[in-house]
Design a protein around this ligand. Structure first.
Ligand SMILES: [Zn+2]
Length: 443
């Protein structure tokens, strides 16, 4: 394939062979494990306890002999060795920046960066933005939280790329719409739920986003919606814009993978992050394309190396060639959180599977909620949906059609409750879409 240099930020790196990627990762990983072992009391003790050392790694597969890390351990080590924990592998004077996770599940964990870590991160954010079609001629509005949130500094990637960068933050919707209009922003980053909410808010104010605003690219992250084609297409239709999904993790980087202009999966920054997809039960790798838990290892982050972090996200990946010419591993989908995975009538079900069905039906508003209860000791799933404003078809036909589509997509038989538009609560940021009443029924 002829390589058009303008298509890439680092052409040689982004289009190298899979064998070259693996060699690069192996070289980086050997050095990274040595750095973690020498600099971090936690990793030295954990490796010793598992009978492994940096020299145990001869090939990438040997990483499987190294211990896992999880969120609780990061938090515990931070409490035991405040303020940043003993996973840190550099003297504190080398740390120049910290982000902290939202703390929704307890103590916020701090993620420290050296100057080089920060510089590396911003450079590859620029690379990912470039792959999504952002160019120096763009005006980019960053509508994410800046308060300690790892997604905040991603705006500097757009700035490094040369785009005019508007540090909007989390403004009220009406003000954000005014900012987008005033500065004629061409690109915007928010969550999928918020992109939807903001588009509908605009319409209520008499603004047609596709006609009246200049936004032509939306970057979204934080929820699976951006990789569910039906959800993405509805946001695209609402905005008259392209939607690109990004995946980030508070303990690693603001974005770890992002969609290129082909929108066929999210390219990983494989020179910074090594990806494993493991069976949650056996912890062995699943076949390419199969669903498993995402486990991540940093390859360069000096301040706090992250080795084999269990993300709790259930994903699938592919190495099939992408039409854009980039050769990095691609995230095909975040199917849900291991914690959100519902077991209904013995079947693994993710809210995202239901979302795909609900959002492809034009007779519905796209909002939904899953209600689970038990009737005579058996699981019952009710999918609550809203018919669209102008719906004048037969409600029974619509319910029947949805029941069939839900069964085909999920393998689970569900009841459908058809509600009037605007009945279900609108999610402003992270959507809460599950009401599991089954636990109470046993008490
Ligand atoms: Zn691509």
């Amino acid at each position: 394939m002829a390589v058009d240099d303008d298509a890439y930020w680092h052409p040689g790196l982004e289009t190298q062979s899979r064998a070259d990627w693996r060699q690069l990762q192996l070289d980086l990983l050997k050095d990274h494990l040595r750095h973690a072992y020498d600099g971090s009391p936690y990793y030295r003790a954990a490796f010793d306890a598992h009978g492994v050392s940096p020299e145990s790694l001869r090939g990438l597969d040997d990483l499987r002999r190294f211990p896992f890390l999880d969120k609780a351990t990061i938090r515990d080590r931070q409490v035991a060795a405040p303020p940043f924990g003993d996973l840190v592998a550099v003297p504190e004077r080398e740390i120049v920046y910290i982000s902290a996770s939202s703390g929704s599940t307890g103590v916020p964990t701090a993620s420290p960066f050296t100057a080089k870590d920060f510089e590396d991160w911003i450079d590859y954010e620029a690379r990912q933005f470039w792959s999504s079609g952002l160019r120096p001629s763009d005006r980019y509005a960053h509508a994410l939280n800046f308060s300690l949130f790892v997604g905040g500094p991603c705006v500097l990637g757009a700035q490094k790329l040369g785009a005019l960068s508007i540090h909007a933050g989390t403004l009220p919707s009406e003000r954000l719409l005014a900012v987008l209009d005033q500065f004629r922003a061409t690109a915007l980053w928010t969550t999928p739920s918020y992109a939807w909410h903001l588009g509908e808010t605009a319409q209520r104010e008499g603004i047609d986003p596709g006609r009246d605003l200049a936004v032509r690219r939306l970057f979204v992250a934080g929820e699976p919606g951006g990789s569910i084609p039906e959800t993405r297409e509805r946001i695209e239709a609402l905005w008259g814009a392209e939607v690109y999904d990004y995946y980030g993790l508070s303990d690693i980087f603001g974005s770890c993978a992002g969609m290129c202009v082909e929108k066929d999966g999210l390219h990983w920054a494989e020179d910074h992050i090594l990806v494993e997809v493991l069976d949650p039960e056996t912890r062995e790798p699943v076949a390419e394309g199969e669903r498993g838990e995402l486990v991540l290892t940093t390859l360069r982050k000096r301040a706090r190396p992250i080795i084999r972090f269990r993300t709790g996200d259930v994903v699938s990946v592919t190495t099939e060639p992408c039409r854009c010419g980039r050769t990095s591993l691609r995230l095909k989908g975040v199917h849900g959180r291991l914690d959100d995975m519902l077991i209904v009538k013995g079947v693994n079900l993710f809210p995202g599977d239901v979302e795909a069905v609900v959002r492809q039906d034009p007779a519905l508003t796209g909002e939904y909620r899953l209600v689970l209860d038990r009737v005579e000791r058996l699981d019952r799933l009710t999918v609550e949906v809203e018919h669209s404003q102008g719906f004048n078809g037969d409600p029974e036909d619509l319910r029947g059609r949805l029941r069939r589509h839900l069964k085909a997509a999920t393998g689970v038989g569900a009841e459908v409750a058809l509600l009037a538009p605007g009945t279900l609560p609108r999610a402003v940021h992270k959507a809460k879409r599950i009401d599991d009443r089954r636990a109470h029924l046993w008490s």
